[in-house]
Design a protein around this ligand. Structure first.
Ligand SMILES: [Zn+2]
Length: 291
């Protein structure tokens, strides 16, 4: 039955090379939340055995002595551990799981748990996280096909999922910039909403106007700066790749932001507060203190 379900899903919602065990993990743990038919039956069997073991009356006392199976919760925990182990210990599939674990797995999986994306999109993103997409590097190095493993856009580096997502210099000024601007648009829309400034109903229809102002705040563009009557926070938005910023880049970014902050403090004669918005291309959320 599980095999049939899996076959049916690979038509549209599940990438055929994505991790199978991960599909059966709960959504807030990074899985897709599928119920395994076999596991459901086994869980119920263990539940029934729990009932027999805990019932002190009549024949059940005798049965209790005879039944020596694991409890339902023990069985469920063991199944969960096995699935997590399968996902995390695979060389390719496990890379994202390890990164997500190092940050905040619950926050990183919020988008899967909320389930507002189409199942096809969800399948594509989880496949990219599992590095299951048919990149040239995968075809040559993993599937041992002939040809080159170099990036098809610029031929400069290996065409891995991470390279396409955030390291290809050829698309930095187009796709990466567009992605950055989209994120800035969302941050700007949320700020306008919170500060009761003019904004569209949906964030994706919002166009960030240069210099919006009301009696309480003023929001500047393109670096998003919020000037408040009480406090004067400076808000900057960045994004990094799924592996997180490299230390060298982190230092550079930090230096640039600090300099910018000092300039603003000097110009407006006020204190400033930086809010760094860091989101990985595959949805990894980094805690501020990790930056
Ligand atoms: Zn490239």
């Amino acid at each position: 039955m599980d095999r049939k379900t899996h076959k049916l899903m690979t038509n549209r919602t599940l990438h055929r090379r994505a991790n199978v065990a991960r599909q059966y993990l709960q959504r807030n743990e990074g899985g897709r939340g599928l119920q395994s038919a076999e596991e459901t039956i086994r869980t119920e069997e263990h539940g029934l055995s729990d009932y027999i073991k805990n019932d002190e009356k009549g024949y059940n006392r005798l049965l209790k002595r005879l039944t020596k199976t694991r409890s339902k919760s023990e069985y469920q925990n063991r199944q969960k551990e096995t699935k997590e182990k399968d996902w995390k210990e695979k060389a390719l599939h496990g890379q994202y799981a390890k990164i997500a674990d190092k940050t905040d797995i619950k926050r990183n999986c919020k988008w899967i748990k909320n389930g507002y994306m189409k199942k096809e999109t969800e399948g594509l993103i989880t496949a990219a996280q599992d590095q299951a997409l048919p990149t040239r590097w995968r075809k040559v190095k993993i599937e041992k096909q002939s040809g080159t493993s170099l990036c098809r856009v610029y031929n400069e580096r290996d065409e891995t999922t991470f390279h396409i997502l955030s390291k290809c210099s050829k698309i930095a000024q187009t796709e990466y910039k567009r992605r950055h601007d989209k994120l800035a648009q969302l941050v700007h829309w949320n700020l306008c909403k919170r500060c009761r400034l003019q904004h569209e109903r949906n964030w994706y229809d919002h166009t960030a106007e240069k210099g919006l102002e009301n009696e309480n705040v003023k929001i500047f563009q393109p670096d998003i700066i919020v000037k408040d009557k009480g406090n004067e926070p400076y808000l900057d938005n960045r994004h990094s790749n799924a592996r997180g910023c490299k230390n060298r880049r982190k230092g550079e970014e930090y230096r640039k932001i600090s300099e910018h902050c000092r300039d603003i403090s000097r110009l407006w004669m006020t204190s400033t507060n930086v809010v760094a918005v860091i989101v990985g291309a595959l949805g990894t959320v980094v805690r501020l203190e990790e930056f």
